[in-house]
Write a protein that binds this ligand. Structure first.
Ligand code: FMN
Length: 214
């Protein structure tokens, strides 16, 4: 059963990151890297990120969610507030978001504080979703154990009937979180494992910029 992957290796040589070349504001630097990633990868995958929370059981858990908006205040994703991640965030608002764009040999790791977006921000996004996604959000009691898949398809069918001629309103248990960053690390792969790591840390209203050893 054991498989040895010791020879799986690649050399990273696509770019460099220096304190002199980066933006003094990490959100601006994020904007630059996100744009370059979108131009290279396309819109389909560029906004997938790993959200890590500390669970009620004390274990960290990472899972993919989609970045749906970012601005000077932080990074926004949408989910079910009663899901495992939602309950985790209620108990511990400290979270991490990370991006890996292999083709650019880049990683970004964000530490931040998660808070629910306003009802209007959540509803605006919910209203912009296709009908199927709206109903899917209502159908899924996300993270709960279910007997089988039919439970979902039956519930969806009955909701499709119920909402045939009715507006679908965002349920209270579904909405957005804004992650306000307190630290953002940019990682650029370099040859011989001497990668570039530049970390911004929030100190008061200012961002301290430091180079970290790879
Ligand atoms: C590509 C991709 C995108 C996803 N986007 C979201 C998302 O935006 N929001 C969300 O709640 N779950 C999303 N998921 C599902 C989550 O990874 C996860 O399975 C779900 O949110 C339940 O997580 P939890 O039980 O830890 O709360 C996505 C999964 C993948 C693979």
């Amino acid at each position: 059963m054991s498989q040895n992957l010791h020879d799986y290796r690649r050399s990273y040589e696509k770019g460099a990151l220096t304190k002199a070349s980066i933006d003094p504001n990490p959100l601006q630097q994020f904007r630059t890297w996100f744009y370059e990633a979108k131009e290279t990868i396309g819109e389909g995958e560029v906004n997938t990120m790993t959200l890590t929370t500390i669970g009620l059981d004390g274990f960290p858990k990472g899972r993919i969610v989609l970045l749906k908006e970012y601005n000077e205040y932080g990074f926004c994703f949408f989910t079910n507030y009663k899901s495992e991640k939602g309950l985790s965030i209620s108990a511990n608002e400290k979270v991490s978001l990370s991006f890996f764009w292999p083709i650019l040999e880049r990683q970004i790791i964000i530490k931040g504080i998660a808070s629910k977006t306003s009802a209007s921000v959540s509803s605006n996004y919910f209203d912009s979703r296709p009908i199927g996604s709206k109903l899917g959000a209502i159908v899924s009691d996300q993270s709960s154990v279910i007997e089988n898949r039919e439970v979902l398809t039956k519930k969806l069918k009955s909701l499709e009937e119920e909402y045939k001629n009715k507006e679908i309103i965002r349920p209270d248990f579904w909405g957005g979180y804004l992650v306000s960053p307190i630290a953002i690390e940019f990682w650029q792969g370099r040859p011989n494992r001497l990668h570039d790591r530049i970390c911004y840390t929030l100190e008061g209203n200012d961002w301290k910029i430091e180079r970290l050893s790879p």
